[in-house]
Design a protein around this ligand. Structure first.
Ligand SMILES: [Zn+2]
Length: 251
């Protein structure tokens, strides 16, 4: 398999996964032109579009792609029905096309219907988990987002976090602000800053890395809880997560 990352719009990534037969799936095409360009360059045959949620910066390129590649199936949650999806999928479904076999995982929080697509080691998680951060909670509750991150966290260490935005450096600045003594976060911030100075991408990340540098996956860490000065005797993980997310929104 070859994983291809296509920069789009301001800070979006569109993902392509191509197999040995040059068939590929397209994930969250915010635009069509850069996708068509890469498909032509690499002589790929698209076999499906996968959509994680309904926001325009994830589905904007669908109509043009469907004009270009007739009869291309589009898989997505019910909230994407008006965005071109003709195969509605939900938690527990699998998508089997050629050598692709994706499990659909419900990841509500950013939007109510948000889903992820997992085929080891690739996780296309849209706007749920970002490198060093997580998505804003627009439609769901902190409880839902926390549970969605827990589901991702249950995947193996070598899972590739294929998220839809280049937000890593700003997420790390927030993490460093909250927890300046955390060496893993400080070191990673320096590494990522250097990469971004050269305009290099910082994703996919691995779940192993995220467990070390992503505050939202460390809500059970008592040092982090102390940092947040949570004034509860035994802060619940959910309370820690909710406070972190509020602080990030205000940062
Ligand atoms: Zn979104």
């Amino acid at each position: 398999m070859e994983l291809i990352r296509i920069p789009a719009l301001n800070d979006n990534y569109i993902w392509l996964l191509a197999d040995a037969d040059h068939q590929c799936i397209i994930v969250d095409p915010s635009e069509s032109e850069p996708v068509i360009k890469i498909i032509n360059q690499k002589k790929l045959t698209p076999v499906a579009i996968l959509l994680t949620h309904h926001h325009n910066d994830h589905v904007g390129g669908v109509p043009q792609l469907l004009t270009h590649y007739a009869k291309l199936p589009v898989f997505g949650p019910a909230e994407t029905a008006k965005k071109g999806t003709d195969h509605l999928v939900t938690d527990g479904d699998s998508i089997n096309i050629g050598s692709f076999y994706f499990n659909v995982i419900a990841l509500p929080g950013h939007t109510l219907g948000h889903i992820g697509f997992y085929q080891a080691p690739y996780l296309f998680c849209g706007d749920t988990l970002f490198s060093a951060g997580c998505g804003r909670i627009f439609e769901g509750t902190p409880e839902q987002m926390f549970q969605s991150l827990e589901r991702i966290s249950a995947l193996p260490d070598d899972t590739l976090i294929c998220c839809a935005h280049e937000y890593t450096e700003s997420n790390l600045k927030f993490a460093h602000h909250i927890w300046p003594e955390n060496e893993a976060i400080t070191n990673y911030l320096h590494l990522i800053h250097t990469k971004r100075q050269k305009l290099e991408p910082t994703v996919p990340s691995t779940l192993k890395t995220e467990r070390k540098i992503n505050l939202f996956l460390q809500c059970n860490n008592s040092d982090l809880q102390k940092k947040l000065a949570i004034k509860i005797d035994k802060p619940s993980l959910r309370a820690t997560f909710t406070l972190l997310r509020q602080l990030k929104d205000q940062f």
